[in-house]
Design a protein around this ligand. Sequence first.
Ligand SMILES: [Cu+2]
Ligand SMILES: [Zn+2]
Length: 186
Amino acid sequence: MKKMLFSIAIVLFTILLGVGNADNILITSAASTSTPTPIEIDLINGDEEKIGTATFTESSKGVKIRVKAEGLEPGTKAIHIHETGKCVAPDFTSAGGHFNPGKKEHGFENPKGFHAGDLPNIEVSAQGVVDVEIVAPGLTLKQGAENSLLDADGSALVIHEKADDYKTNPAGNAGDRIVCGVIGKE
Ligand SMILES: [Cu+2]
Ligand SMILES: [Zn+2]
């Protein structure tokens, strides 16, 4: 009799565990098949002041990146996704090189290009404001994908002092890094 009760207890316990696991499986599959949640990050300048935000939204065309910032020098600026989610002011070299899971060279006009993290230049207005939406076809927010912005060490959005020439390896001759924002981990 004792043995039988014990067996029943084991069966019940297994059912309970099974229900728990089924829940986990449902949650996991929902996360991998549905669209990832948009991410908003802060952008900081070399003085560690918050000067804007960037929002990343998964779409059928890639990741849409909405950049809103102020207090910048007017003009055309390079903007890239860099490979490491670390923004240590003032020079932001901590963010590493361009995000490049495909092992290409830099630049849309480079025959051996381009990096997944390469993005078209942005225009900062005479008032020092930028408000743009960029679509990055080679990127995703899906966890586990090779080109995911949310890989183990995260990634970073970086704005440079000058325009990207779209051809000079490894970084488009764009000068200093003036704005940085961590995507994913720090
Ligand atoms: Cu850059
Ligand atoms: Zn590049």
